[in-house]
Design a protein around this ligand. Structure first.
Ligand code: DGL
Length: 279
């Protein structure tokens, strides 16, 4: 018997990220599963994860996962590519039988299904590109794929600053991606392997041109979560309307101001609870 029979369908789903980026994933999860409740934790005190060592990201991820597990969640979504890339297996083992989903596998699935030619360009953080998790995940699904990967650290700052369109965003995107797009003219998918990058989708579409599909993990993650909840018989009753609880480890006011844009709704600073993962 799967021990998930002990999990209560009315419990919320835990979602965590290094900060506000994962709200782009939460947005997709809410749209796909409006009857589910979510507890979202942004580790804003330690953002960004993308330039930290594997060991630090893993330690931070374990603390975030333990905290949410302690809140009583029926499932956990690691809505951060950098944390998923290093931590999904360890967190799965640690939280078992609570199911854990990362965004790297769903992102790879989205990229492979959108790519006709199998030439995929991955844009992600330094840590995600260095660790090679996307390259491996794509190779598992499509061994003949050609994968190029580029760390685009400045996209994180641009997204938070709200400079997602215009000459500066376009110049940064060209600087990061232009050379690789020229090197492989067969590239037909740009995979956004960082939760902040969907905020720059319009600019990236312009820079890459109409022959390149821009994909991210959020929709496939939502589908995977829905399937998993159904399979484990822990989906919330559909007549319910889900709620969202927002937690941050630093700066509720900034979290609300920047996070509101990522989530696509106004967030009142009062709605954001300050928490300490080290206690
Ligand atoms: N959320 C991170 C990711 O998806 C990006 C921001 C960071 O570097 O912490 O990789």
């Amino acid at each position: 018997m799967h021990a998930s029979s002990a999990l209560d369908p009315t419990l919320p789903i835990g979602v965590f990220d290094s900060g506000v980026g994962g709200l782009t994933v939460l947005r997709a999860l809410r749209e796909a599963l409006p009857h589910e409740s979510f507890v979202y934790l942004g580790d804003t005190a330690r953002l960004p994860y993308g330039i930290k060592s594997r060991e630090s990201v893993l330690r931070y991820s374990v603390q975030a996962a333990d905290f949410l597990h302690g809140c009583g969640v029926k499932s956990l979504v690691i809505a951060c590519n950098t944390a998923s890339a290093v931590g999904v297996d360890s967190l799965r083992e640690r939280l078992s039988p609570t199911p854990v989903i990362g965004v790297v596998e769903p992102g790879a699935v989205a990229a492979c299904s959108a790519s006709g030619r199998g030439h995929i360009l991955v844009a992600a953080t330094e840590g995600t590109v260095r660790g090679g998790a996307y390259q491996r995940a794509i190779a598992r699904l499509r061994p003949d794929a050609t994968v190029l990967a580029r760390a685009c650290s400045l996209f994180v700052g641009l997204a938070e600053e709200g400079w997602t369109e215009g000459v500066i965003a376009a110049a940064v995107a060209k600087r990061y991606l232009g050379e690789l797009l020229e090197r492989d003219p067969l590239i037909d998918v740009l995979l956004l392997g960082c939760t902040h990058f969907p905020m720059l989708a319009n600019t990236l579409r312009e820079v890459c041109g109409s022959g390149v599909a821009i994909v991210d993990a959020s929709q496939t993650t939502a589908r995977l979560l829905a399937t998993q909840l159904r399979k484990l018989s822990i989906a919330a009753p559909v007549e319910r309307l889900g709620t969202v609880r927002l937690l941050a480890t630093d700066g509720p006011a900034r979290f609300a101001a920047v996070g509101g844009r990522f989530l696509g709704v106004h967030v009142d600073p009062q709605q954001v609870e300050l928490v300490d993962l080290m206690q």
